[in-house]
Write a protein that binds this ligand. Sequence first.
Ligand SMILES: [Zn+2]
Length: 365
Amino acid sequence: MRIKDIIHHLESMAPPMLQESYDNAGLITGKPGWTCSGVLVTLDTLPQTIDEAVQRGCNMVVSHHPIVFKGLKKITGAGYVEETIIRAIKQDVAIYAIHTNLDLVHRGVNARIAEKIGLQDTRILSPKPGQLLKLTVFVTTEHREALLQALFNAGAGNIGHYAECSFTLEGTGTFKAGADAQPFIGNKHERFAGTESRVEVILPIWKKKEVLHAMRTNHPYEEVAYYLHELANTHQEVGSGMIGMLPQPEQTIDFLQRLKSVFGTPVVKHTPAVQNQVRKIAVCGGAGQFLLNDAIASGADVYITSDIKYHEFFDAVGRLLLADIGHYESEQFTIDLLTEQISIKFPNFAVLKTGLSTNPVCYTT
Ligand SMILES: [Zn+2]
């Protein structure tokens, strides 16, 4: 097992190209080709996390938050970021972060929060635009089925709960092969006209390389005639936040008390209750103020997130119940999610959850 095998698996779940521009998800220290002795999963990577990894026989830390966000010009141990990097490099520990790319996928950070609260019929609160392509490719009718199957196998043709979606139209294609061509059909220097299928499939932008490779290697023509379109459609399974329904309405005060116990926090900061009962719940792990208007527009009774500032609470008053449950608290189950994801794929491999709470925020009650 190598470091890059773990990374490849995690990135099949949360493609790195989905990460936000300010993020630094990916391998931060260590080499992809190292043999992996074990993985320690954490929300944050601190100097103590590196010590814990070494003590427990793990040379890879998989962290939700990247320890480094911007370029470091000096690494002298000033501050916890530099200290963590020094310790990791000295002790040959790889640090890998899976951050906003995991926030944005359908089965990521927010799905786990929704599950813990017991939400049903969940969907992405704010689907991300610009994630879909349409491939149109022309092929002889007898090669169409093999090509389609290869495109589906490579990740094309998925729309919501439906797989193997495509559209085909038959028509007449023409070409004239030049002197250097090796035409699959027809003669050089003569216009050939034959029946062709025009095949259309949809694909996520991060599958482009695999799908085009499958197209080229499963197509009989020397020059494959195809084109790719960027679609304005949103990908319903990629985006920020999540919204869902409680199985039945719950008293607002009971729901707030339940949040405290589910997320293990002694306090929930929230705006005044708008109604006595709640049912439609929006969530966003981590700092989620940017989604408040989406939560209001979706008709949510409650929006659960963290890192809300005093003046930002006013924007929610009278519109929905905005609940700040704490950043660490909101994302803590990401550790379980990542541990399970790695263990499912590599069942006999050491994947350990950190024993440290990295939450820097304390409450005196
Ligand atoms: Zn976070």
